[in-house]
Structures are given as structure tokens and as C-alpha cells.
Design a protein around this ligand. Structure first.
Ligand code: CA
Length: 471
């Protein structure tokens, strides 16, 4: 509780200096218009995500060299009237494709395809990780070293090097047997305590954001984030469905067993906290745990921080950084009178507020009865009458009547799948995909439906990629 207001203050001051729009174009529609246009199909930043403002801006409204070139193209477009900016930005981008606006030797189009910034000379294409040469040389001599892949599987997924003897035995196998031995090693590692209780927890950290001072281990436990870690690991293990990150209506207890229904706070819990107060039909996986709602909603009537964190953690877009901006007409309505209707705020809040309404009936920190340690409403519980403005909003152009629909729609989006791809990629490589790895990265997340949204199946595909196999 002590940390949060400071973090928010920083967010807002950065945001305010980054984005100082004028009233005329207060709803930034360039990212959406560009991705919906014909040009969008080639653009890396339109695949399961939306380009950030930095593609064209130094910091809105100041344009960078590339944005200036796009503006030139708009100026030369007889049908451009400013009001049709969203519709004309795509053709303007296409008209600027052949130029090299930042003078780094790659055309604007090449940079859009590679996912580097065409207006920033420091945003460079990284050299391919594998030597260029024989195109089909997936396992060709000199390019891939099977022992490298074998060691890599052990190190990343089991947390330890294979023994010298294991490597020797592996190297002695023929090609086919090596392939199956590699996958067997992965299967074993994915069952390990290292994987399930350590590696997956590190992946969960940024999404759960544990705070010892107020979490279960602290002096004033307000909610128990161990539930969150257990649920996260469960969903990422044993061919469970990754969509349960947002859809799970169950929890996982200390023994690793599924628990259905409301989990009452433990007998004698100080301040009536702990357990999981939501009935299953009000749940949406990780984003309705008592910890998540406590930590992000706290005392907010309109839980903007909660919605922003859900969007950031599970759709991979950080509104505070100008990512995932998909403005809604006539928003924000400023239902709680916070002044978000000002032009400087509308750029983000016309996207964020419609994502937040669905969280409104969920309590953050429940109110205590005056002079008592018992609660009027439990932390993270549901109260349909909590606020007067209702739950109807929008996500990426789709109407969202309530939080369950928020989650159900979210898991159908490319953004959700792409973000899962980022998570799996980071687990394997501890970094984001490089430009030359884009094809393998996209195949990874686009293939998730065929994996039945099993992280394990996707990881078996991942260790077959060039990126994984080639040193
Ligand atoms: Ca360039």
C-alpha cells in the first residue's frame, strides 16, 4: 500500500510529459487505423499487438523523422481532411515505405517488417543468430550441434547441466533417436520441481507482483499470493489449458489439488483475510484472485490500475507506455470525476476506462466495521451494487458487458496468444525474440490453438526451432 501511490505518481508524471496532445486529435487512432489498413499485414507491430506511439513520435505530438515522412504523405493525399486520419494513415504509411527515414540503410518497409523503428537510427536489426548460408540446413553439419540443444534443454528446463555420461550417450545416438531423446529429456524436465516451483514462479512474478510487507508472509497479511503462484504453475504444467489464466473458476490448494467453490478465510485469520471469497461464476482466473484485486484495486471505485495490469500481464500491452491504445468514442466518461476528460488524459483513458468498468463490482480491500476487526465486505469479494456506473465497456473494439466476458473475449485475441508466446520465449531464451527470429516466434504463438493451449506441447515445438537448436 505504501509503494503503490509513488509508483502511480511516477507513471502519471512520465505519461503527462510523454503525451501532450491537442484537443482536436485527442483520441489517438493511428495505431488502430494502421493495423486495420492493407499496410498492416506486413507490420510486425500489428501481429497480435498495436504499435506504440514511438513508431512515429518522439513523444506525442512531436513527430520523429519517420512520423514526419508519414505526415508528408498525408499532406500529399488529396482526400486527407484530418478528420479521416484513422482511415488515411495506412495509405500514408504505404506511401512512405520505399524511403529510409532514419538513414540506417534499411527502408521503412524493411524496418516495419522486421519490427525495428524506422524513425530511430538506434533501433537496429540484430544479426541472425545462425550463420547465413545453406537455407535448408536445419541439422546440417556446422550449423547445429545436437549436444548443444541437449545441454540447453537440461539447463533451461531442469535447471542443471546434464552429466558428462548423459551427453556422451546422447551424442552416440543416430539422428532420429537423438530427436526423441531430446524430447524425452524435455518431458522429464517439465515435471521437475525446478520447472514447476521455480522457473514458472519467476515467470509469474511480474504478473502477480508479490509484496512481502502486505502479502501472506508479512506482518499484515491482506491476501495470500501463494494461491496465485499455485494456480499459475498449475495452468502452465501438465498440458493444462493456458486460457485458464483468465478463465479458471477453480483454485489450487497446498497439496496441488483443484478446489472448487468459495474458500473461506482460515479460522482465526486476523482481519478476516485469506481464502478466496468469489463464487466460481464471478471468477476470471488470475485476474480475480483475492491478491490481484487487493493489490491493484485497493480502495479505487473505478479499478483502472487493476484493468491496466490485467491488460499488461495477460494481453502484453502496457497502456502507460502507449501500447495497446484502441480508443472508444465518447470515452472516457470520467464516471468518478478524476479529470480524465482533459485532452492530456484522453489519449490513454479513452482506452483504459472502458477496460476498467467490468472490474467495478469487485472489491479491493474490504471495509472494516468501525471499531472492529470484522469486515463489512471481504477483500476481493463481489458486490453488484458497488458503484453506480455499471460494468459495460469495450476491449479492442468488442463490447464487454461484464468481467467474465472480458476474460472470455481476451482469450480469443491474437494479443493473448502472442503474449503467451512472449512468455514461453522468455522462459527458453531469457530475452525477447530478435528480428530474424520473428517467423519462428509467430509460428510458436499462432500454433497454440493446435496445441490445445498446452504450454508443454508448445515448448516441445519450441525446442525444434532453429533459434533453439543452433548455437
Ligand atoms: Ca531505416
Amino acid at each position: 500500500m505504501r509503494v503503490q501511490p509513488l509508483a502511480l505518481a511516477l507513471t502519471l508524471s512520465t505519461a503527462a510529459s510523454l503525451l501532450t496532445p491537442t484537443a482536436t486529435l485527442a483520441r489517438p487512432t493511428a495505431p488502430r487505423g494502421l493495423c486495420a489498413s492493407e499496410a498492416g499485414a506486413d507490420i510486425a507491430a500489428c501481429q497480435g499487438t498495436l504499435p506504440s506511439c514511438t513508431l512515429c513520435h518522439q513523444g506525442p505530438p512531436d513527430l520523429n523523422a519517420y512520423g514526419a515522412r508519414v505526415l508528408d504523405a498525408l499532406a500529399g493525399d488529396d482526400s486527407y481532411t484530418f478528420d479521416n486520419f484513422e482511415a488515411r494513415v495506412g495509405p500514408a504509411v504505404a506511401a512512405a515505405n520505399a524511403d529510409d527515414s532514419d538513414g540506417d540503410g534499411l527502408s521503412n518497409l524493411e524496418e516495419l517488417v522486421l519490427g525495428t523503428l524506422p524513425g530511430n537510427v538506434n533501433s537496429a536489426y540484430t544479426q541472425p543468430s545462425a550463420p547465413v548460408g545453406d537455407d535448408n540446413a536445419f541439422y546440417a553439419v556446422g550449423r547445429s550441434d545436437p549436444r548443444f540443444a541437449f545441454r540447453r534443454v537440461h539447463t533451461i528446463f531442469c535447471g542443471e547441466q546434464p552429466t558428462f555420461d548423459d551427453v556422451g550417450a546422447f551424442a552416440a545416438l543416430n539422428d532420429d533417436d537423438r530427436q526423441s531423446a531430446l524430447h524425452e529429456a524435455l518431458t522429464t524436465c517439465l515435471q521437475s520441481t525446478f520447472w514447476q516451483d521455480f522457473a514458472l514462479h519467476r515467470l509469474a512474478d511480474a504478473r502477480i507482483r508479490p509484496l512481502e510487507s502486505i502479502g501472506f508472509d508479512g506482518l499484515i497479511p491482506l491476501a495470500d499470493y501463494h494461491w496465485d503462484y499455485r494456480l499459475f504453475s498449475h495452468i502452465f504444467s501438465n498440458d493444462h489449458d493456458l486460457r485458464d489464466l483468465l478463465l479458471a473458476d477453480y483454485h489450487i490448494d497446498d497439496n496441488g489439488d483443484v478446489v472448487e467453490g468459495i474458500v473461506p478465510f482460515p479460522a482465526g485469520a486476523p482481519l478476516e483475510t485469506g481464502g478466496q471469497p468469489l463464487p466460481p461464476e464471478r471468477r476470471a482466473g488470475m485476474i480475480t484472485s483475492q491478491w490481484f484485486l487487493m493489490n491493484h484495486t485497493m480502495f479505487s471505485a473505478l479499478p483502472r490500475t487493476t484493468a491496466a495490469q490485467a491488460y499488461r500481464a495477460y494481453l502484453g500491452m502496457d497502456i502507460a507506455k502507449g501500447e495497446g491504445i484502441h480508443p472508444v468514442d465518447n470515452e472516457p466518461r470520467d464516471v468518478d470525476g478524476k479529470g480524465v476528460g482533459q485532452a492530456a488524459c484522453v489519449v490513454c483513458h479513452s482506452t483504459l476506462d472502458p477496460l476498467s468498468y467490468a472490474f467495478s463490482p469487485y472489491n479491493g480491500i474490504g471495509r472494516l466495521r468501525p471499531g472492529s476487526v470484522s469486515r463489512i465486505d471481504l477483500t476481493g469479494s463481489f458486490d453488484a451494487g458497488r458503484v453506480p456506473w455499471g460494468t459495460a465497456g469495450q476491449m479492442l473494439g468488442t463490447d464487454i458487458p461484464d468481467l467474465r466476458t472480458w476474460a472470455e473475449h481476451a482469450v480469443t485475441t491474437d494479443a493473448f496468444r502472442r503474449n503467451l508466446g512472449v512468455m514461453l520465449w522468455r522462459l527458453a531464451f531469457a530475452r525477447a525474440p530478435a528480428a530474424d527470429e520473428r517467423a519462428e516466434f509467430e509460428a510458436l504463438w499462432r500454433g497454440l490453438p493446435d496445441d490445445g493451449y498446452s504450454a508443454n506441447r508448445a515448448l516441445h515445438r519450441l525446442i525444434d526451432t532453429n533459434t533453439f537448436q543452433v548455437p
